[in-house]
Design a protein around this ligand. Structure first.
Ligand code: SF4
Length: 323
């Protein structure tokens, strides 16, 4: 692949970076471990969230830190108590509790109670793999690399057409991350994958800051490495409903052949039926009005003859917002 073919070669990376960081800083889910830079607390949150939904981790994390507030406290704890805590809070495999306890001992005995700050050294701790090491380095010390998990892969694939290949994802993620800003960046891109670009995307509802660059948003193809078929039809349909309403907000009225290309760049003859059904749904929901339909007041002499001659028929359906 030449440099010109690289997925990010055609976008203004600085603008992409700023848009994401601003979006994240304006509003994000407020998990308590995002308010600390203590590596011990962050390690606990990372290990807990490997198998448990984030919302449920919050209570367990707070209880755990109330019981063992520092890495030295955990190192001095009885392992059976740590394992019991783990089971009582339904945190998944008990081995994770044992490894966490062992890692606390390592930090206390081998590092004098101070966590190492590089991903490589963090990986020497028991049960700490590359992903967790990088997360702790990023969120505690701001010294991590770009996180590449399934959420990040999904976002990069959809937004910038990064091919489904680990090396390609690593390269793109690293290129996008602003130098020395792994803390905010990794938080932000994971937030994007978590709240906006999930398997069923919420591009408009979540105010995704990458819509203007996003290939999936432009084409309506939201497949991704972990979403091999189009995500729930409703997901992408909802995107387009929102887009139709937004476009119509800028015009008094449009013929379908005028509306189509404004809603999706790949609009063509094959999409006419799809668009017609979409606007009919919107009409049934009372959001738009259709004119020129068979059973409505047909308009003659349409002023909106499309530039490419893509007329749908002589009495083309025209659509406008219901006022
Ligand atoms: S516009 Fe939609 S598909 Fe594209 S990155 Fe944002 S949320 Fe994902």
């Amino acid at each position: 692949m030449s440099d010109d073919d690289a997925p990010l070669s055609v976008v203004d990376c600085d603008a992409v970076r700023s848009a994401l960081v601003e979006w994240y800083e304006a509003d994000h889910r407020d998990f308590p471990w995002r308010r600390t830079t203590d590596p011990y607390s962050i390690l606990v949150s990372e290990v807990m969230s490997q198998q448990t939904q984030l919302g449920r981790v919050v209570d367990a994390w707070e209880d755990f830190l109330a019981e063992w507030p520092t890495v030295r406290d955990l190192a001095a704890a009885d392992r059976a108590d740590v394992v019991r805590f783990w089971s009582d809070h339904s945190l998944g495999y008990n081995n994770r509790a044992k490894y966490l306890h062992e890692a606390a001992r390592q930090v206390t005995e081998e590092y004098g109670g101070e966590f190492p700050d590089s991903p490589a050294e963090l990986e020497t701790l028991m049960g700490v793999g590359p992903y967790t090491a990088n997360a702790v380095a990023s969120f505690a010390f701001n010294t991590g690399d770009a996180v590449v998990d399934t959420n990040v892969k999904r976002v990069l694939h959809r937004a910038f057409s990064v091919e489904d290949d680990d090396a390609a994802f690593e390269a793109a993620a690293q290129e996008l991350m602003p130098t020395g800003e792994s803390r905010v960046w990794n938080n932000a891109i994971m937030e994007l994958g978590g709240v906006a670009c999930g398997k069923t995307p919420r591009c408009d509802e979540a105010g995704c800051p990458w819509r203007r660059w996003c290939h999936a948003y432009e084409t309506g193809d939201f497949t991704a490495p972990d979403v091999p078929t189009q995500p729930s039809f409703e997901g992408s349909r909802r995107q387009f409903r929102g887009r139709v309403v937004r476009v119509l907000g800028e015009y008094d009225e449009l013929a379908l052949s005028e509306l189509g290309p404004r809603v999706r760049v790949d609009y063509g003859p094959d999409s006419r039926e799809w668009l017609r059904e979409l606007v009919e749904d919107l009409a049934e929901d009372g959001l738009v009005e259709l004119r020129g339909d068979d059973d409505t007041d047909a308009v003659g002499g349409s002023p909106g003859t499309p530039p490419d001659g893509d007329t749908d028929d002589a009495t083309e359906v025209r659509v406008r917002l219901r006022r």
